[in-house]
Design a protein around this ligand. Sequence first.
Ligand code: MUC
Ligand code: MG
Length: 382
Amino acid sequence: MSKIDKVEVVVLDIPTIRGHVLSMATMRMQTAVLVRVLFSDGSEGLGEGTTIGGISYCPESPESIASVIETYIAPALEGRDGDRVNEAIQLIARTVKGNFIAKSAVEGALWDGLGKRLGVPVSQLFGGVVRSSLPAAWTLASGNSDTDIAEAHEMIETGRHNIFKLKIGKRSVRDDVAHVARIKNAVGDDVSIRVDINQAWNLQEARWGLKGLQDAGCELVEQPVEARYVRDMAELTAGYEIAVMADEVLNGPEDALRVVAARSADVLAVKVAQSGGLKRASEVIAIGEAAGLGLYAGTMLETGLSTAAALQLFSTVDKLSWGTELFGPLLLVEDILAEPLIYEDYQVKVPSGPGFGVALDPDKIEKFRRDGSKFTRAVNRA
Ligand code: MUC
Ligand code: MG
């Protein structure tokens, strides 16, 4: 058996390439909490727990993620059998309530370690890939329509992205709809435009918003109202042609079942971290598939590490009808991988090496680590 010897955490603060303006916060920096699990046979596994905009997106913060892992999850796991990932998941669930991002980070490191020891990519532990690259949307969120249009044209011309998610909800509904319509007109019919409100509208604003957005040619609206207003989401889903996607409401399979029962979305934004790990995310996917809902691979704007983890899972999904937004590393001034993920032909490639198929660049870890935060041993390049 490969015993879990040690669970370590390092916190990285990495500037973004531009301000990322969301309805609840403007990001100029992304904080990634990395986990490294060291096993008794000398192998190791890496995971990442990242949230958005400090603690403005959800109840977890980078600091709470690090602290929950160090204080509660690490002592529970150390000494256990690292090959028994399912047993570890159950133990963590009994030890810690909620805190899905922290759990996901540790679980990720266990899957990565298991895949590396077996010499197979994590996708194989979930049944194998059905595709080796996935379409990747980009988020336009500079806060300025002209800048967003220039950014979109550059992305289209360079073959990086031809699907765009616009972050709105900060301005009035009328101004936001005009902003979306301008961008849609500028990029044309072949380019898909979606929006994410991040819960900023009330029901009445959302009615105007959805009407205006669908008239403007926008295809999908993500989490227009607060996650707890399930009936409002159901009314909006039934009331308009534009697809309604659930995001913040989804903390795993239990919530996915509730969304299905309430018919409160057309599409599920499946996020590995928000679901509570790869296993629970796979259960969300299964529920979405069984209910005939659309599926979309969401992001917490993670580094290449968690983006690779997500690619391992979503490459095994047959009908990912709305594609992915797995562009996280491209929003950072520098990614932390030794070999960056490959974005070309409007797709991102699924890494094929063992585990998540990626390695960290130790110089980047050193450069971006928060003062006082470090792994005990240097990170392997291999
Ligand atoms: C969210 O709410 O979906 C995903 C892409 C992006 O720009 O922000 C996130 C968060
Ligand atoms: Mg969202």
